[in-house]
Design a protein around this ligand. Structure first.
Ligand code: DUC
Ligand code: ZN
Ligand code: ZN
Length: 473
């Protein structure tokens, strides 16, 4: 007889709604969601009285154990994964960067090497294309077959961005294999602006956001969406930070196009005031691209979430250490771009989104789990609490408050953007494939327990064209 665990007396919150139900699971899989389950027939009972029972979070935008040249993210798959668990996240999709001259298959193998013995939560990879040398387009079908059904491209960054032709070729190759491209949408003007600012002696980190104004993001977003429109292909825009870029996405939605947008938690809770303290060590902690923008842009992002234009909130977890950031003390262009908010993603979205009435608990679940599962080929095993799904379950306490103290966090980062913030809404228990990996501050997750997630195709060509024009294919 399988060992059965019962979670009872909780309020189950799914993307589709909230209802009182008991949940049983065995062998790491949810077996029953019922109004009442019989405790006598279960081996273990977890009482969720007063708590919400929600699906484990899915963060489709992470950079664990990422290093480029001298720049190195402080969190490996174990530390970042533990931070994720403590924040109620049980799956993530990381970016596997192609090396210049290398293949995408090599990149995937390199990233499996980072994750295999270290991962504590389940993981997938987005092959991240930095150049189309011989053969990358030919690699796409086999990669998709092996579970890598979403790819990533940078539209800016010397040595790792694709030009329009290469981007369009990849968008089309992915479309034809049932895959989708995600874009980091900023344009090359940011490099010109940065060089000019530094030439004028404006070298401090406070100039970084000035070098990356919202039109540079909006133009690139519109261009990538246009490529997808021309090719009748899907597209996903990562870490959107500007209402102007979001307007381009909304226009595409109005035309019925299969395109989607994500923002990240830092853009929903911080404003560009963070760049104004004059203290290098403080200001440089907030250097990420695109930069943190104005209150007006933050408001526009919340409006886009409420309107359903943005469907995912991720973390872009990439915490570079303070010493690493100090490499850019005299030249902001040398500060590595990245922040590390994964532990606070869900608590902050609850605190600033649900508690303020901007979103409801089901929308919270959709934004942090269900939509990502659907968009990234993980449904129905992940992102919901239906029978047959993995028992990735979080007991969420909507009233529990925590004051962030960097020293007590599970991330290995030497700082936290949210030190001293009081955040209400926290996980009390995180269960991953039936294993209790976190309970009231205590973590039990052995490195290597995380499993690779083979993801399904994410797109099939629409039978009827969604724009009423000639096909350029
Ligand atoms: N932006 C960041 O801030 N960090 C990682 C990569 C990116 O696109
Ligand atoms: Zn990016
Ligand atoms: Zn990123």
């Amino acid at each position: 007889m399988p060992d059965v665990t019962l979670i009872r007396n909780g309020l189950v919150v799914e993307a589709s709604g909230a209802f009182r139900a008991d949940i049983t699971y065995s062998d790491g899989v949810i077996s029953q969601v019922a109004q009442r389950a019989d405790p006598a027939s279960c081996d273990r009972v977890i009482d969720a009285e007063g708590l919400l029972v929600i699906p484990g979070g899915i963060d489709p935008h992470t950079h664990f154990d990422w290093h480029e040249g001298d720049d190195r993210v402080e969190d490996d798959f174990t530390h970042a994964g533990r931070a994720a668990i403590a924040g109620g996240i049980t799956s993530h999709i990381d970016f596997a960067f192609q090396r210049p001259g290398g293949t995408l298959k090599d990149a995937i193998e390199e990233w499996h090497g980072k994750a295999r013995d270290a991962a504590v939560i389940d993981y997938g990879f987005h092959p991240t294309v930095v150049e189309l040398n011989e053969g990358q387009l030919d690699e796409v079908p086999a990669l998709v077959e092996n579970g890598y059904s979403t790819f990533k491209v940078f539209m800016v960054g010397e040595g790792w961005s694709l030009d329009d032709r290469a981007l369009a070729e990849l968008i089309r190759a992915c479309r034809d294999s049932g895959a989708r491209v995600s874009v980091h949408a900023e344009n090359g003007l940011v490099q010109l602006l940065a060089d000019e600012l530094v030439d004028q002696g404006k070298t401090g980190p406070e100039w970084f956001p000035i070098s990356r104004p919202w039109p540079t993001e909006t133009e690139a977003t519109y261009r990538a969406l246009s490529h997808a429109r021309t090719l009748r292909a899907p597209l996903y825009v990562v870490h959107m930070t500007s209402g102007h870029a979001v307007a381009a996405l909304a226009e595409a939605h109005s035309l019925g196009e299969p395109v989607h947008g994500e923002t990240c938690i830092q853009y929903l809770v911080l404003t560009d005031e963070v760049y104004k303290s004059g203290d290098f060590d403080l200001v440089s902690q907030f250097i990420c691209s695109p930069p943190i923008r104005s209150q007006a842009e933050q408001d526009a992002l919340w409006a886009a979430i409420r309107a359903g234009t943005i469907s995912v909130v991720g973390s872009d977890h990439a915490p570079f250490g303070l010493d690493n950031r100090r490499a850019g003390k005299d030249d902001f262009r040398r500060i590595p771009n990245g922040v590390g908010p994964i532990e606070h993603l869900r608590p902050l979205l609850w605190d600033r989104g649900v508690r303020t009435g901007k979103i409801n608990p089901s929308e919270f679940v959709a934004l942090t789990a269900t939509n990502a599962a659907r968009l990234f080929g993980l449904a129905p095993k992940k992102g919901s609490l239906a029978p047959g799904a993995d028992a990735d379950i979080v007991l969420w306490d909507p009233e529990k408050s925590v004051v962030v103290e960097h020293a007590t966090l599970f991330s290995a980062s030497d700082h936290s953007l949210f030190d001293g913030w009081e955040i209400t809404g926290q996980p009390r228990m995180t269960i991953s494939r039936g294993e209790v990996v976190y309970e009231d501050g205590v973590l039990r997750a052995t490195p290597g327990r995380g499993r690779y997630l083979h993801r399904a195709r994410v797109f099939s060509s629409p039978e009827t064209p969604y724009i009423d024009e000639v096909s350029y294919v």
